[in-house]
Each structure stands twice: as structure tokens, then as C-alpha cells.
Design a protein around this ligand. Structure first.
Ligand code: NAI
Ligand code: MG
Length: 488
């Protein structure tokens, strides 16, 4: 498949593609080759101000968006979903050139975004309050009202899927939105902006300002006219965004951050199946996944065999051209991430973990790292504690159920966990005791927009997906009415 032609490289504000106020640009790089794809208009504070102004205007009382029936909002969203579906091949190809994601996964991401938009379109006219019995002669009901202007700051690892989950929910609830996509991957957000326009959304409802975190991202999080920021990315930046909220208008902040998710394999499991699930749990998207299964806890009876088979599997993994349908792992997003991953691999070796395979950068063009497996990893090692966000599997030995629960919970994170066993009691013990936003049993990585997703501890604040996420994007208003004595 050929590298796609880039159609949009400007900011999208008030339904128009425009240059940045400063006129500055920044390059976006193809991680497969290390070469520049094109220059993108670089937004910063001045552009964020314009985009927020447009979003606030679109949200004004009496505006087309505010006065529209909820079912009509759903129609716009359904139209947008149809347009994404129409352009699935182009969008997938754009995601692959900008991010390095393997093409099969890029296609899957677009299709998931289509599903998400349709799912939240379905909610648009079903966001109900309650009637609540109060003491006394009173009638009480609640209304779910849109929060207002939403700022969405998104990461580079799943540009389309992460952005569209936020956008679909925000718009279904009747908010307007300003998206600041990751500087590494702005292309698909801009193309989707053109589809939003084509779908006929009123101007200002959806805006995209590409740019860097400390400039564009920080301006959005500090903005006095932004009512909520929804962020996916690192813990470090999540903290900065909460601080920015505290310094400015106490805007609501929803955070989906990193993880160090345990994947517990009991000795009774089907060994080949457990090896394959655990391999996929870690190496999917070259390990650049917030909920990757990075702490593979394996029970002692099968440990050695599991390690041997996992290393064999990792050595067979096809890493290379993401446009090749057979490729399993594409490149790492950028050279900064490559350096971070290589440092962590070195620390693993230095701290005494046993390198079973991989461990090296692949020579030549692009940002490729070998699929790497460490055994004899202990809980105190840096590679067992820090998010690596790369193709590096840690296999850790455990003895008993009680012990592994405590060890699984000994982390500052809590995004996901998994257990592989044929014993329902063990599965339930893990599901009930591990403090994580999602627990998978005999599978891994199912993140589906029908169900809530989010983190305990430092893995985040709030939930995305499912019905739960509607209350994140709405204010809940309580209305209390005095009922005349004679009518009660
Ligand atoms: P990051 O957290 O710096 O970037 C995510 C987004 O935040 C980008 O749009 C960026 O421009 C923006 N941002 C950066 N600084 C900001 C600031 N001061 N104010 C507002 N927005 C700001 O993540 P980065 O540097 O790309 O990756 C670093 C590590 O973060 C990775 O190695 C990984 O461990 C983790 N990460 C986790 C993700 C997840 O899915 N939970 C996604 C991406 C990264
Ligand atoms: Mg960064």
C-alpha cells in the first residue's frame, strides 16, 4: 500500500482550516523511515484562545447546537460515523504513516471509532435524569446538562481511537470540543475535522489545534473558558493538567494514564494458550499500550517452560514494515521513546534480570527495537515498576494465590489486570482482589466502548466508555419544586 497523500496540515477552528497566528510550523515524522511527512501549522496560546472562543460561541444559549433536539445531534454523529467508514482505508493508511501502527490495527481502530460514534449517538437522546422522592411536599428531578467547552488532549499511541472516544461522548452529551492531538501524530485528527465539516456540524462545535504540550496543551488546561479537560497520556502530564485546573478555574479533569498491569498465569492453565495471550498482552502495538500486560506473573510449576516458549514466540514475531499485512509489530513512535526503552532494557540487565531474547535496536532506517523477553525479574527492579511502553516482556515467578494478589497490588498504578486459569475460584479471587479498572479472565486487552475503562490509583481519574462516561461529560442539575399542599 502506498503512503497516502496528506490533505490537511492547518488548524481547524470554527469549521475552517486556518494557519496558526504565529505562522510557525512543526514537522511530523514517519517513524517507519525517520523521514518527515510534512509540516503542520503549530498552534499555541493564541490559537487555543481562538478555538476556545469558537467553541464557547457554539455553546452559547440559543445557538444552533444548544437548541437542537438531542435526536438531531445523534443524526450528525451517525453521519460522521458513515463518513469515517467510507474513508476507512485512507484514514487507516494516514494513521499508519504518522504513527507506525500496523495497517491491520489502524483499520481496526477506524472501525472501532465508527462503532464508538454510533454507540454514543444512540445515547444522545437517552441521557435521562431521575425523579427523586424528597421529604415534604416537594417534587424533585435531575437533568443531565452538557458541561460546556471540553478540551481533549490526546496521546500518539492510538490517535483515532482515543480521540474519537472523547469526541463521541462529549458531542453526544451536547458539549463543544477543542482537541489538541499529540505532536507526533496530528494527521488523522485533521482529516477527521474535514469529515466533521462534511457531516454538517455547526461551526465551532469541533476544533483541532495541533501543537506541543507545554504551549498548546498547557494553554488549553489553564484556560478560564474551558469547562473540562479529558486527557490520555503520561502520569507526569496528568499531574500538570490537574495543577493547571487548580491554578485556573477548577475545571473538571478526567485522566486516563499509564499502567504496569499484572497478568497472572496459574500452573493449571493451558500452557500454549497462556503463552500466546501473554505475548499478545505485551507485544501488541510494540508494547505502546497503556494497559499492556507488562508484569507477567507465572506460577512456579510451569515457569521455566513458560519462559522458554515465550522467548521462542517473541523471536518469531514479525517486526517491520507496518504496511505489510503480515507484520505483527511496527516501529516505536520516536527516537525519544527509543532511548527511554533502551535505557530500561539496560537497567534490566544491570539489575540482574536474565535477557532471554532481543534487547537491541534494529539497525537501519526507522525506530525499531527487537522483541525482548526478560526472565528472573523481581518486583523491585525498575523494569517491574516503571512503564516501559515498548516491546519488553517481564516474566516474574510466584508461588501462591495470596502472595500474587499482594504483589500484583504493589504498584502505584491500577489500570488493568488479567488472570489465566481453568479454576473459577482463582479467577474470581483475582477479579475481586486486584485493584484495577478492568480485570480480564482468560483473555487480554479487551477495551470495548460499551463498557467503562479507567484506572485506580495513579492510572487515572474517571472512566471512559459505557454509560458511566456520560456523567463525566455532563453536569447534573437538581430541580426542586414546591408542590401546593392541596395537590400533594
Ligand atoms: P505525554 O503525556 O507527554 O503526552 C500526551 C499528550 O499530552 C500530548 O498531546 C502532549 O502534547 C500533551 N502534553 C505534554 N505536556 C503537556 C503539558 N504540560 N500540558 C498539557 N498537555 C501536555 O506523553 P509522551 O511524552 O508522549 O510519552 C511519555 C510516556 O507517557 C510514555 O513512555 C508512556 O509511558 C506514557 N504514555 C501513556 C499513554 C497512555 O495511553 N496512557 C499514551 C502516551 C504516553
Ligand atoms: Mg511528551
Amino acid at each position: 500500500m502506498a503512503v497516502p497523500e496528506v490533505k490537511y496540515s492547518q488548524l481547524f477552528i470554527n469549521n475552517e482550516f486556518v494557519n496558526s497566528v504565529s505562522g510557525k510550523t512543526f514537522p511530523t515524522i514517519n517513524p517507519t523511515t525517520g523521514e518527515k511527512i510534512c509540516d503542520i501549522q503549530e498552534g499555541d496560546k493564541a490559537d487555543i484562545d481562538l478555538a476556545v472562543k469558537a467553541a464557547k460561541e457554539a455553546f452559547k444559549r440559543g445557538s444552533p447546537w444548544r437548541t437542537m433536539d438531542a435526536s438531531k445531534r445523534a443524526e450528525y454523529l451517525l453521519k460522521l460515523a458513515d463518513l469515517l467508514q467510507r474513508d476507512v482505508e485512507y484514514l487507516a493508511s494516514l494513521e499508519t504513516v504518522d504513527n507506525g501502527m500496523i495497517i491491520t490495527m489502524s483499520r481496526g481502530s477506524v472501525n472501532r471509532a465508527v462503532g464508538m460514534i454510533r454507540y454514543y449517538a444512540g445515547w444522545a437522546d437517552k441521557i435521562h435524569g431521575k425523579t427523586i422522592p424528597l421529604d415534604g411536599k416537594l417534587f424533585c428531578y435531575t437533568r443531565y446538562e452538557p458541561k460546556g467547552v471540553i478540551g481533549a488532549i490526546t496521546p500518539w499511541n492510538f490517535p483515532i481511537a482515543v480521540m474519537m472516544r472523547k469526541v463521541a461522548t462529549a458531542l453526544a452529551c451536547g458539549n463543544t470540543i477543542v482537541v489538541k492531538p499529540a505532536e507526533q501524530t496530528p494527521l488523522t485528527a485533521l482529516y477527521i475535522a474535514s469529515l466533521v465539516k462534511e457531516a454538517g456540524f455547526p461551526a465551532g462545535v469541533f476544533n483541532v489545534v495541533p501543537g506541543y504540550g507545554p504551549t498548546a496543551g498547557a494553554s488549553l488546561s489553564e484556560h478560564m473558558n474551558v469547562d473540562m479537560v479529558t486527557f490520555t497520556g503520561s502520569v507526569q502530564v496528568g499531574k500538570l493538567i490537574q495543577q493547571a485546573s487548580g491554578r485556573s478555574n477548577l475545571k473538571h479533569v478526567a485522566l486516563e494514564l499509564g499502567g504496569k498491569s499484572p497478568n497472572v498465569v496459574f500452573a493449571d492453565a493451558d500452557l500454549d494458550y497462556a503463552v500466546e495471550v501473554s505475548h499478545g498482552a505485551l507485544f501488541c502495538h510494540s508494547g505502546q499500550v497503556c494497559c499492556a500486560g507488562t508484569r507477567t506473573y507465572v506460577q512456579e510449576g510451569i515457569y521455566d517452560e513458560f519462559v522458554k516458549k515465550s522467548a521462542e514466540r517473541a523471536q518469531k514475531r514479525i517486526t517491520g514494515n507496518p504496511y505489510d499485512e503480515k507484520t505483527e509489530s511496527g516501529p516505536i513512535i520516536d527516537t525519544d521513546q527509543v532511548s527511554k526503552i533502551m535505557e530500561l532494557i539496560e537497567s534490566g540487565k544491570n539489575e540482574g534480570a536474565k535477557l532471554q531474547c532481543g534487547g537491541k535496536r534494529i539497525e537501519g532506517k526507522g525506530n525499531f527495537i527487537e522483541s525482548t523477553v526478560f526472565s528472573e525479574v523481581t518486583d523491585d527492579m525498575k523494569i517491574a515498576r516503571e512503564e516501559i511502553f515498548g516491546p519488553v516482556q517481564q516474566i516474574i515467578k510466584f508461588k501462591t494465590l495470596e502472595e500474587v494478589i499482594d504483589r500484583a497490588n504493589d504498584t502505584e498504578f491500577g489500570l488493568a489486570a488479567a488472570v489465566i486459569t481453568k479454576d473459577i475460584d482463582k479467577a474470581l479471587a483475582i477479579a475481586n482482589s486486584v485493584r484495577a479498572g478492568v480485570v480480564w479472565v482468560n483473555t487480554y486487552g479487551v477495551v470495548d466502548h460499551h463498557a467503562p475503562f479507567g484506572g485506580y490509583n495513579m492510572s487515572g481519574v474517571g472512566r471512559e466508555g459505557g454509560e458511566e462516561s456520560l456523567s463525566e461529560f455532563c453536569e447534573i442539575k437538581t430541580v426542586v419544586i414546591k408542590v401546593p399542599e392541596k395537590n400533594s
